[in-house]
Write a protein that binds this ligand. Structure first.
Ligand SMILES: Cc1cc2nc3c(=O)[nH]c(=O)nc-3n(C[C@H](O)[C@H](O)[C@H](O)COP(=O)(O)OP(=O)(O)OC[C@H]3O[C@@H](n4cnc5c(N)ncnc54)[C@H](O)[C@@H]3O)c2cc1C
Length: 558
């Protein structure tokens, strides 16, 4: 088997991965850094972010404590407050850095970067670039990464496992999708930034590539996953496709209406209305629908998002992408007609456990972005905090990996690393690819997605067994996307199980986690993180304390 060597490997070319690469490259131009990404970096899910990124820039009315408090209250007091305090202070620095690198933010007439209102934020602090922040942010990072001669890329390479020897990370194995060959990448430090896992669910805003690969790879080498039961549902998805209509539509003044034309949120979040947090809004919509005040359409039940009172000028200037999406995917002009919407999976608060510097606890392994859990989002993330999180903690992980790598010697391709890589080759080509008689990958995937709407732990165990015999129909090696899908599904089944088991163990309702059998928040028993470990059979659940610095838990009313 071929093997390649770099000082630092970054798995993922989204906001977190690119930011980590730049931070490491800036720290020491002698470090040899490689980014491995299963898609071209500009196709990472970050590109689809619409609404904006949060940071305290308007110090005339805003401050760090307010941003921290909003984030902690939004998290239903499960966020680690030391991480949040670090985050809010770094956020403005990262935004200004991005601006200096050329990110074309929308601006006020006086030249300052514009800010808009966002759910759960007390004041306007979300910077934006019309309603395409992800596209512009990712372009800016990508172009900046090209300036560094010590960053090289492996685009369309699929990482399959992390190589660990003697309690320390030595690299990863990855398939060159073009040739279908498995290669070992040796490295002194690895940063995983592979994004979320929304594709575990049937109805999601997430791109097809969001399959939790990095979470599963880390889990399989013994790193715990934290807050996995905390899965965010966003209140405004197009009912036919799951495409997101950004929260910015409400930030700019859009209303949610039920069948009676009523702004029903007055019964749920009277002080915040459409700018309440996502968990509460999504549940409010489901209650309206359940109690018969929703609409019925060809794609199920929905409520209406009304932008008609905003006028053509505001919609063209600030929400052009919302207009384009509504027109293209539903044939609706939001200047004159209401947009049908319903809740769906959007974001993972949980992920690989890390400290504030992106360190996972396994020497040499760092993690950042949606796949990591530092945890600053706790039980519910506030919209527009995530992109900034990718920048702040992406940079930390890059610096952490660089500082570690500088002190390490290069691993060699002897045993046991070579043996691990050969075992991985056997798993992929002799077991996953060779199977001739079982079910289709797509059948198992569809059943997993259905199961996740019900959170049934036992069924997921059965699906894992069925997956062992599932058939990859394309037996060729070149551009075998069927094989990649099989490996992704194998990752997703592990992650699905961690979500289901953690959800079962948390016997309370908090933030996004809502149980009809335990409808109340229970700070006595559950003001703590659940962490999940791989055991080979059913996942093992343990706990970690929540860091509380200055904000005592209180009732979460809006
Ligand atoms: C539609 C939508 C709109 C959003 N809008 C906003 C917003 O306005 N504001 C906000 O703050 N947040 C928003 N979010 C959330 C935010 O965009 C994401 O959480 C964030 O972009 C995640 O970035 P990331 O770098 O962690 O991962 P991603 O951008 O998902 O990148 C993951 C990278 O990992 C690579 N990868 C994955 N698996 C492998 C593997 N096995 N081998 C090799 N490479 C791999 C991929 O190729 C990719 O490059 C939105 C999310 C969605 C879905």
């Amino acid at each position: 088997m071929e093997h390649l060597s770099h000082d630092i490997l970054i798995i993922g070319g989204g906001a977190a991965g690119l930011r980590a690469a730049i931070a490491a490259a800036e720290l020491n131009p002698k470090l040899d850094i490689a980014i491995v990404s299963k898609v071209y970096p500009m196709r990472s899910h970050t590109v689809s972010a619409e609404g904006g990124m949060a940071a305290v820039l308007r110090t005339d009315y805003d401050n760090f404590d307010l941003h921290a408090y909003d984030t902690i209250k939004g998290s239903d007091f499960l966020a680690d407050q030391d991480a949040v305090e670090f985050f809010v202070k770094e956020a403005p620095k990262e935004s200004i850095r991005l601006e200096h690198w050329g990110c074309p933010f929308s601006r006020d007439p006086d030249g300052r970067i514009s800010v808009r209102a966002f759910g759960g934020m007390s004041v306007k602090r979300t910077l934006f670039a019309t309603d395409k922040i992800g596209f512009h942010l990712l372009h800016t990072l990508f172009q900046t990464s090209l300036k560094f001669e010590n960053i090289r890329r492996y685009d369309e390479w699929f990482a399959t496992s992390i190589l660990v020897d003697n309690g320390q990370v030595d690299g990863v194995t990855a398939i060159d999708i073009r040739s279908g060959e498995l290669v070992s990448f040796l490295a002194k430090a690895v940063v995983i930034a592979t994004g979320g896992c929304g594709r575990i669910y049937q109805f999601t805003t997430n791109g097809w590539i969001k399959t939790g690969d990095g979470m599963a790879m880390a889990y399989r080498v013994g790193v715990p996953l934290k807050d996995m039961e905390m899965v965010q549902y966003h209140p405004t998805l197009l009912p036919n496709t799951g495409i997101l209509i950004t929260e910015a539509a409400r930030g700019e003044g859009g209303h949610l209406l039920n069948k009676d034309g009523e702004r029903f949120l007055k019964r749920y979040v009277p002080n915040k209305m459409e700018l309440g947090p996502r968990d509460i809004l999504s549940r409010a919509e489901m209650t309206e629908i359940k109690e018969g005040r929703g609409f019925e359409g060809p794609y199920g039940s929905y409520v209406n998002l009304d932008l008609t009172h905003l006028g053509a000028e505001t919609i063209e200037a600030k929400l052009p992408f919302v207009k384009e999406l509504a027109e293209r995917y539903l044939g609706i002009d939001p200047v004159h007609e209401m947009i049908p919407v319903r809740p769906g999976q959007h974001y993972m608060m949980g992920g690989v456990h890390t400290d504030i510097h992106g360190y996972t606890g396994l020497p040499g392994l760092y993690a950042a972005g949606e796949m990591a859990c530092v945890s600053m989002n706790g039980a519910n993330r506030l919209g527009s905090n995530s992109l900034t999180e990718c920048l702040v903690f992406g940079a930390e992980a890059g610096i952490g990996a660089a500082e570690y790598a500088i002190k390490q010697r290069s691993p060699s391709f002897g045993n046991p690393v070579q043996g691990l890589a050969l075992e991985e080759e056997k798993r992929i080509y002799d077991r996953v690819l060779k199977s001739e008689t079982g079910e289709k990958i797509s059948t198992v995937r569809a059943e997993m997605q259905k199961t996740m709407e019900e959170h049934a732990c036992g069924l997921l165990g059965d699906l894992k067994k069925r997956m062992k015999n599932a058939v990859v129909e394309d037996k060729d090696r070149v551009y075998n996307t069927d094989l990649v899908s099989a490996l992704e599904l194998d990752f997703m089944l592990d992650i699905a199980e961690t979500i289901a088991y953690a959800a079962l163990a948390r016997k309370e309702s908090r933030g996004a986690h809502s149980r009809t059998d335990y409808p109340k928040r229970d700070d006595v028993q559950f003001l703590k993180h659940l962490v999940v470990y791989e055991t080979g059979t059913v996942p093992r659940i343990d706990t970690m304390p929540v860091s509380i610095t200055r904000w005592k838990p209180e009732a979460r009313v809006y």
